[in-house]
Write a new protein. Structure first.
Length: 488
C-alpha cells in the first residue's frame, strides 16, 4: 500500500521501523518499502537507524535514492564509527549524485576520509557524474588516469619489475587484506567474495603477465556480460553497474555494493560505457611492498589468514553470523549477538578460528562458561595444525584454570597463578588480553592475572575460541572488541 501512496500505510511502517520490539525482518521490510515509495520522512527515520548496527547498512544504501542536502552531513558525521562494509556503503551512496560527491571529496581533501578509502571503481563512478568540478577534485586527490596504450604498457613494465625485484619479502596475509579492500567486493577467490565479476579461483593466477594485464588494463578485452552500464535516474542519481536482466517494466543492475531493480519509468538515460566494471589504476594507492604482497596473494595456491588492520578489526565479529570464522557448525553458532559453543561431550578439543592474523593487539570480550567445572580458552597468536589442534598461547577458562596461560601443542603451562578469585561462577566475566611484542597481560573483570615477558612467544597468529574435550558444556562469548597495535 505504501508504494501506491497510502498515507496510513506510511504511518504504520514508520512505527514498525522505530519499534525495537518488532522482529528484525519486519523492520527491514518496512525500511525497504518506505525507501521504495520515497517516503518524505524516510531521511529523518534513516538518521535514527545510523546508530543501530543491524540496520545501519540497509539505511545507508537506501539513502542513495533521496536527493536531500542533509544526507552527506549525516553520513560524514558517523563515517569514522562504521565498519569496512558500512564505509563502502557510505562511499557508494555519497558517489551516487554530484551534490553528495562534492561533499565527500571535500572530506577527502580535509583528511576526514582517507583517499585510500575511495576504491577505484568509485572513482570511475565519480567520473560518470560528468561534473567538471568533481573531475578537478579527483585529479587533485588521485592524479590523472592513464588513457593511452603506451601509458598502460609502460605501467605494466614498471609493475613487473617492481614485483620481481628483490627487497622486502611479500606478506601474503597483508595481500589478502588488500585484496579484501580492493577486489573482494566484486570477485570471489577461494570461495570468498562477490559475484559481480568472475570467480578468479580457477583463473591463470600463476602467470604474472596474465594478472598484470587484467589488473592494469581490464577493459582491453571485456566479455559482454561484464561491460559497465551507466544509468541516469530522473531524481538525479547516477548508477554504474552491470545490467543482469531487463523486461518491459524494469532493469536489474548489479553494482559493487547491491542489486537494484529499477522501474524503467524512473530512468532518464541508460548507456553502455564500453569499459569493464573493473576499473583501471587500482594499484595507485599502494606502496611497492603492498603491491608485491597483493600479487603474491593473488598467485597463492591456497587461502591464508588475513592480516588484522585498524580497519578490518571492526569486522572481527559481526554479531550476526560466523562470517570470518572457521569451525564445526554442529558445535558453534550465533545467538542474540553471542558466539555460542555447545558440546554434547567430545573426545578432542574443538576450535572456532578467526580468519584474521594478529600481531600486537588488545582483545576484550565477555565470556560465560557453564558448568564451570568444564574448560574453554582463548587462543591468540596461534597456528592451526593439520590434526585440528592449535599451537600457541591460550588464556584459560574453567575451574582451576581461570587466569592461567597455557601454550597449546608446545611448552604447556606458562603462567600458573590462578585468577579464580576474580571470577563470577556461571555468570558473565570480562576477559581482556593484551599482547605487545614479547609482553602478554590478561585481565579478568579488570583484575590483572597474567603479566609475562617471554621471548619465545609467537609474534603472529590467529585468535581462536576453544571447546575443551570432556563432558557436556556451553560457552558463550559476546561484546568482542579487537584493537590492533595498541600503545599499551
Amino acid at each position: 500500500a505504501a508504494i501506491f501512496g497510502d498515507k496510513n500505510a506510511f504511518a504504520e511502517l514508520r512505527k514498525v521501523i522505530v519499534d525495537a520490539k518488532a522482529a528484525k525482518e519486519f523492520r527491514l521490510a518496512a525500511l525497504e518499502a518506505l525507501a521504495t515509495a520515497r517516503d518524505v520522512k524516510f531521511v529523518e527515520l534513516a538518521e535514527t537507524l545510523l546508530s543501530q548496527p543491524e540496520f545501519r547498512g540497509p539505511a545507508i544504501r537506501s539513502l542513495a535514492g533521496f536527493d536531500d542536502a542533509k544526507i552527506p552531513g549525516m553520513l560524514l558525521q558517523v563515517y569514522a564509527t562504521l565498519n569496512s562494509a558500512e564505509k563502502r556503503d557510505a562511499i557508494s551512496t555519497l558517489a551516487s549524485r554530484a551534490t553528495f560527491a562534492k561533499a565527500m571529496l571535500q572530506a577527502v581533501a580535509d583528511k576526514k576520509i582517507p583517499s585510500t578509502d575511495i576504491p577505484a571503481d568509485v572513482v570511475r563512478q565519480l567520473r560518470n557524474l560528468r561534473d567538471e568540478s568533481i573531475d578537478k577534485q579527483i585529479a587533485a586527490a588521485w592524479g590523472i588516469v592513464r588513457t593511452t596504450p603506451a601509458d598502460r604498457a609502460k605501467a605494466m613494465k614498471q609493475y613487473r619489475q617492481m614485483i620481481v625485484k628483490s627487497g622486502q619479502a611479500p606478506d601474503l596475509h597483508l595481500g589478502r587484506a588488500l585484496y579484501a579492500k580492493t577486489c573482494q567486493q566484486c570477485h570471489a577467490l577461494f570461495a570468498t567474495g562477490g559475484k559481480v565479476g568472475p570467480d578468479i579461483t580457477g583463473a591463470n593466477r600463476a602467470d604474472l603477465n596474465y594478472l598484470l594485464e587484467n589488473v592494469l588494463d581490464p577493459s582491453a578485452l571485456i566479455p559482454k556480460e561484464y561491460v559497465a552500464t551507466r544509468i541516469d535516474l530522473k531524481n538525479g542519481r547516477v548508477i554504474t553497474g552491470i545490467v543482469k536482466a531487463q523486461n518491459p517494466g524494469t532493469v536489474t543492475i548489479v553494482t559493487a555494493t547491491e542489486t537494484l531493480v529499477l522501474p524503467k519509468a524512473d530512468i532518464d538515460e541508460m548507456s553502455e560505457t564500453n569499459v569493464s566494471m573493473m576499473p583501471d589504476d587500482q594499484l595507485k594507492p599502494f606502496s611497492d611492498h603492498e603491491v608485491r604482497s597483493l600479487f603474491a596473494y593473488l598467485q597463492s595456491p591456497a587461502q591464508v589468514p588475513m592480516l588484522a588492520t585498524a580497519e578490518n578489526a571492526k569486522d572481527f565479529f559481526n554479531g550476526k553470523d560466523l562470517t570470518g570464522w572457521d569451525g564445526d557448525a554442529k558445535l558453534w553458532s550465533v545467538e542474540n549477538g553471542e558466539i555460542v559453543g555447545k558440546s554434547p561431550g567430545i573426545k578432542r578439543n574443538e576450535f572456532l578460528k578467526s580468519q584474521l592474523l594478529v600481531s600486537d593487539f588488545r582483545l576484550k570480550l565477555k565470556v560465560k562458561l557453564t558448568p564451570n567445572k568444564e574448560n574453554s580458552g582463548i587462543q591468540f597468536r596461534s597456528e592451526p595444525l593439520p590434526n585440528g589442534e592449535m599451537k600457541g598461547p591460550q588464556a584459560d577458562i574453567g575451574a582451576g584454570w581461570w587466569g592461567k596461560l597455557y601454550e597449546e601443542s608446545a611448552r604447556g603451562l606458562l603462567w600458573d597463578k590462578s585468577g579464580e578469585q576474580h571470577v563470577k561462577v556461571d555468570d558473565w566475566n570480562d576477559y581482556e588480553i593484551v599482547a605487545i611484542g614479547n609482553h602478554v597481560r590478561t585481565f579478568i573483570n579488570g583484575k590483572l592475572c597474567v603479566d609475562l615477558m617471554d621471548d619465545k612467544l609467537s609474534r603472529r597468529g590467529v585468535i581462536a575460541l576453544q571447546i575443551h574435550s570432556g563432558g557436556p558444556m556451553e560457552v558463550r562469548f559476546k561484546d568482542l572488541q579487537l584493537e590492533v597495535n595498541p600503545k599499551q
